[in-house]
Ligand binder design. Structure first.
Ligand SMILES: C[S@@+](CC[C@H](N)C(=O)[O-])C[C@H]1O[C@@H](n2cnc3c(N)ncnc32)[C@H](O)[C@@H]1O
Length: 415
């Protein structure tokens, strides 16, 4: 029988990449998207090497055959030793430790219980996002490799988190989509066993002195968008006492709550979802905010905006944060296209000296395209650009990887 130590590791699987992929990778991009070259990639979740020539790979990638578009994500420069599983997990742990430390140094915990501990590609852990939500550690996977090695991921995340937060009784959840795109929520119990399909978990969370009701398990959106926290603070600072505020596509009302906390005289929230608006009202009650000052409108935004216009309403601050594509129940329109209709209407609803903050939440449109589309519309409506809103603080970005910079916002003031 052969001694294990003498066994040779299997030869790494290496592939030639499309010249376009090479060009992007050389300029800091980290994905290899579907093309005729990726058709040769293996059908298993594994590490592969890739580069201009098959036999002299430049990078190591995490292969993800089941992902519809992103077929591989860059892990590191290529070397035979880095391809070994033990080394891979060692580097994974080091990267997590650095990512967690980055947030500790920022002392985000002083003003909010929700923040990212790891922000995927920007923390060199592609497709894996980890949020600290009070005592909940939520691991969200967008790359099937992490789900495949879920137990190892759980163990390492737990080890790093316990080291950084030794006094906290943390609970570990793993959220991913299965082959049918259904959300699965797993729980890592105190015996370090995975409980597949954990029951929904309800809890509350504090952000900037406001409490939010959260529910894990229904979807990736559990009640508050942590990637918007930094922007919420920046927008909140601009809302003054007595302002009238219109929050479009309000979701569970994080911006509305912030406006109420600032003492806004009148706040309107518009969303299609009754469930989200119910949570919003629950949040107003939990925070003992003035509910007489707030009105929920469960309807399509375009309809609500037309109605406000007929009533000749004016708002000091309008927030518009649509999903990347939205439906009025009949047809689906992309958020960017929608702005050509919507922005002029918002300008008409704006009070003299009023502000409008618009957002676009998709990695498929970069800043250049966003501004090129929006600015001519804004100029026609006499809106002056005051500033950009970007992901910030805990949500790192990576130069050359514009997909990671998916959240874009512009603040306008009416001339
Ligand atoms: C990206 S979320 C908004 C997040 C929110 N601004 C925040 O920071 O918490 C988009 C919301 O738009 C709502 N929505 C989608 N299409 C809509 C429509 N046509 N009219 C009104 N709301 C819509 C969804 O129900 C969802 O709550």
């Amino acid at each position: 029988m052969r001694n294990n130590n003498n066994q040779r590791s299997p030869k790494p699987q290496t592939f030639e990449l499309h010249p376009h992929s090479i060009k992007y990778l050389n300029s800091g991009h980290v994905w290899v998207t579907k093309d005729r070259f990726t058709e040769l990639f293996p059908q298993e979740l594994c590490l592969i090497g890739g580069g201009k020539e098959k036999d002299s790979p430049k990078w190591i990638f995490i292969n993800d055959p089941h992902h519809p578009q992103v077929k591989a994500r860059r892990w590191s420069q290529f070397s035979n030793s880095k391809m070994k599983q033990a080394n891979f997990w060692h580097v994974f742990e080091e990267r997590l430790a650095a990512a967690f430390k980055f947030r500790m140094v920022q002392q985000l915990q002083e003003e909010r219980e929700n923040f990212y501990l790891c922000f995927g590609e920007a923390d060199e852990v592609p497709g894996l996002f980890i949020q600290k939500l009070g005592e909940v550690i939520l691991i969200q996977s967008y790359c099937n490799y992490w789900k495949y090695f879920e137990k190892i991921v759980f163990n390492i995340v737990k080890r790093v988190a316990q080291h950084k937060y030794p006094m906290e009784p943390l609970q570990y959840y793993f959220q991913s989509r299965n082959k049918n795109q259904k959300i699965q929520l797993d729980y890592f119990n105190y015996k370090n066993e995975i409980e597949y399909k954990a029951p929904q978990k309800e809890f509350t969370l504090k952000e900037f002195d406001l409490t939010y009701h959260c529910n894990l398990g229904r979807s990736y959106d559990f009640g508050i968008y942590t990637d918007m926290s930094y922007i919420r603070k920046k927008v909140g600072e601009l809302i003054s006492k007595e302002s009238s505020v219109l929050n479009l596509y309000s979701y569970t009302g994080a911006f509305s709550l912030y406006a109420l906390k600032q003492g806004a005289g009148e706040v309107h929230s518009v969303d299609l979802s009754e469930n989200y608006l119910d949570t919003l009202e629950k949040n107003i009650a939990i925070n003992e905010l003035k509910k007489e000052t707030h009105t929920s409108h469960q309807k399509d935004v375009l309809r609500a905006v037309d109605e406000f216009q007929k009533q000749q309403k004016k708002f000091d601050f309008i927030i518009c944060d649509p999903p990347s594509a939205s439906s009025d129940g009949k047809k689906v329109t992309s958020a960017l296209k929608n702005y050509s209709d919507l922005l002029p209407k918002l300008a008409k609803l704006s009070a003299p000296d009023g502000h409008i903050a618009i957002f676009l939440n998709t990695h498929t449109v970069n800043w250049n395209k966003f501004e090129k589309t929006i600015m001519p519309i804004a100029e026609k409506c006499k809106l002056t650009k005051m500033r950009r809103f970007n992901l910030g603080e805990d949500c790192k970005s990576l130069k050359g990887f514009h997909e990671g910079d998916y959240l874009k916002g512009i603040l306008f003031k009416i001339k």
